[in-house]
Design a protein around this ligand. Structure first.
Ligand code: HDL
Ligand code: ZN
Length: 424
């Protein structure tokens, strides 16, 4: 093999080079294209008031959550800055992320000058900042989380339609948690939109089943959604007579078939265990991998992206993916998106699944976060892959750089697109 790598030092350089330069497809974010008129969050005050940082601030501040929530955005940001960055060292992952981002934007992190950081953003537009952040983060495409049950977003889709999908860097997904878990309220949204559904979901109510399928197909097409998705509580069971399970079997997976798109399951979140914290009030719980197993087994023609929130579920999920080729494991979600856990989970997935998984998504809510979430993840993924390729090297196997670049491109980009298209 002519261009084979013959020493570990070069091997490490090739691996780190490939991981750092491969453009990423980020398959799950809460970001919005500029066309979404102000739904997109950006800037240092939004960085500092990310719900992860609010949870951490509430553990150290004398303020009640109500007092904190009564502050305006700037005052909230200043309070987070003082509490987590000045009064205590900011080595938590979410704090460090703010500093990584500011540093990568060229700001002097050692100055600790929040007003200077704010000033840097003056004169920037969101549109211009998108160019800057995507370039700095090495991200080529993000998948949005598009929610037709959010009144603001629904109005934009009805008003602007495919004008919302013209920026190829922002691709839609259709998020349907409210349909699965709040039918009693959300069926009214479908009725307002002209779908003849009833107040209770029953598989025996054929009109409601048909109309719900029509809603999902219409909106999947309206959005040109790459996948349909939802999050699930730890106690989600399948199959069961729950509305969520019935909706999956009779409507959602049918719609995915007609749209020829995967279904993304994000399993293990217990919503609002502390409602006063808002988005920061959600909790993790160990979930039933058997439910994922049974849905993959019962729907072999459907493709499932799956991520689970509990560390305890990761090994069984990776083993399950060895049993079902229609299961694509993705990401180190939310409370798992910390270097120590990303390292443990990614190493295990490499050992069990080779290159056939998607190691990370950012879950970014604030545009600037793409920079740190991918900087931190690339660093860990590169470290793990180095170990794997060095172990391979020790067997006597020799590789060319293009083979490592191929593998990294699969992990950070192509596995997603091949699974969306159904070619793996
Ligand atoms: O349900 C989800 O998509 C989660 O990612 C939540 O949005 C959560 O609040 C989050 O942002 N996690 O990173
Ligand atoms: Zn999310």
């Amino acid at each position: 093999m002519s261009g084979a790598i013959t020493d570990k030092e070069r091997l490490r350089r090739v691996v780190f080079g490939a991981v750092y330069k491969t453009p990423v497809t980020d398959m799950h974010t809460h970001l919005y294209a500029p066309a979404f008129e102000g739904l997109g969050l950006w800037g240092v005050d939004h960085l500092l008031t990310y719900h992860y940082l609010i949870a951490e601030t509430m553990r150290q501040t004398p303020l009640s959550h109500e007092e904190f929530q009564s502050l305006d955005r700037r005052a909230m940001a200043e309070h987070v800055w003082k509490t987590l960055f000045v009064d205590h060292s900011p080595y938590s992952e979410a704090c460090r992320g703010v500093l990584t981002t500011l540093g990568r934007l060229g700001l002097d992190v050692s100055s600790r000058d929040l007003s200077a950081y704010r000033k840097w953003y003056d004169g920037l537009t969101y549109r211009r900042f998108v160019d800057l952040v995507f370039s700095a983060a090495g991200v080529k495409t993000v998948v949005m989380t598009n929610d037709p049950f959010d009144p603001r977003e629904r109005e934009l889709w009805l008003k602007k339609g495919d004008a919302l999908t013209r920026d190829p860097r922002f691709r839609p997904s259709l998020r349907i948690d409210p349909l699965l878990f709040d039918w009693g309220n959300q069926y009214r949204v479908l009725r307002e939109l002209g779908y003849d559904v009833g107040p209770v979901f029953s598989a025996d109510d054929h009109r409601t089943v048909e109309e719900t399928r029509r809603f999902l197909i219409d909106w999947g097409r309206r959005m040109d959604a790459l996948y349909l998705g939802a999050s699930f509580p730890p106690d989600f069971d399948y199959p069961s007579d729950s509305p969520a399970s019935q909706l999956l079997d009779h409507c959602v997976l049918e719609a995915c078939g007609r749209l020829n798109v995967p279904f993304a399951m994000m399993v293990g979140v217990r919503r609002r265990v502390n409602p006063s914290l808002g988005l920061a009030g959600d909790m993790v719980g160990r979930a039933r991998v058997e439910a994922v197993e049974r849905i993959c087994a019962r729907h072999p023609a459907r493709r499932f992206f799956v991520t689970m929130l509990s560390r305890e579920n990761q090994h069984e999920l990776a083993v399950l993916a060895r049993k079902f080729r229609n299961l694509m494991v993705f990401g180190c979600w939310w409370f798992l998106n910390n270097p120590s856990l990303v390292e443990e989970i990614t190493e295990m997935r490499c050992e069990l699944l080779g290159t056939a998984f998607i190691p990370q998504h950012s879950d970014a809510r604030v545009l600037d976060q793409l920079i740190y979430k991918w900087d931190h993840s690339r660093r860990v993924i590169a470290r793990v892959l180095c170990r794997k390729y060095e172990d391979l090297f020790d067997t006597g196997w020799r590789m060319e750089p293009r083979e490592i670049e191929r593998d990294v491109s699969d992990l950070l980009d192509r596995n997603f697109w091949k699974f969306v298209k159904g070619s793996i």
